[in-house]
Design a protein around this ligand. Sequence first.
Ligand code: HSE
Length: 309
Amino acid sequence: MDYLKIFAPATVANVSCGFDSLGFAVDAIGDEMTFTKTTEKGVKITNITGADLTYNVDENAASAVVKKVLNDANAEFGIELTIHKGFSPGSGLGSSAASAAGAAFGANQLLGNIYSDLELTKFAMFGEEVACGTPIADNVSAAVYGGFVLVRSYHPLEIIKLPVPSELRVVAIHPQVEVKTKDAREVLPTQIALKNAVTQWANVGGLISGLYSNNYELISNSLVDIIVEPHRKKLIPHFDDVKNAAIKAGALGAGISGSGPTIFALCKGDEVAEKVYKNIEESYKNTGIEFTMFISKVNHEGMKIIKSL
Ligand code: HSE
């Protein structure tokens, strides 16, 4: 293979109760990236569209990951890379994660598929570190594995792929305000009360059990975050109004996507998802803040190959 075009999905991390340990991939939006083998060694970004990102190979999450993958494998070739961002950096939908995971996947394909998904996740975490200073695994593992994932352990890294009930839909609203992941992490407490920890880990268990048993009521009851959301929601204008609008229209639950500002709602079925979409839209349209929205299925397969030559 000398050429590859791929789709790298956007992802929703945390999923309310699972800060830094749960995530899922969405179908509706993501990045498109191309990888062209070159006889000359090294990595070069030849085009970036859809966002204003650096072409500096060591500072761009995607090219930094491609470089690391090729070096690690002692590759005898180089790669020219193009990146089309299908959604904005800083949205809370795993923008740098999509690019980093896509980069690891694409480079691995040109190498003849020598790395496992776990290894690709580790490479992609390096990209997250380049982009935002912390090698968080929830977004990148969801992008690599697809579906729902649990980061069961960071040291050593262990990723569990979870089942996805077939009628699960996600509705998301991205208010056009900037929330930097770094800032959204700085507002978090360094210590939490034991009784709050008990509530939170019981909800993580409930959510995972609900995914395994197709129990939408259990999923709904478990989509609660009493640790992170109370601090972060202050950074997202009208968060409570959106959440209430989503629940009122029948959503299973709603919360902050990753570090925000995107707010996601999980729903059972297309009909409810449409109603939730309309109610959220209605709740936001007079705020004076611009926004974009989407409805999506959960993406099951992670990376998708669009074309290969
Ligand atoms: N789990 C991370 C956070 C996702 O919430 O800060 C953003 O990278």
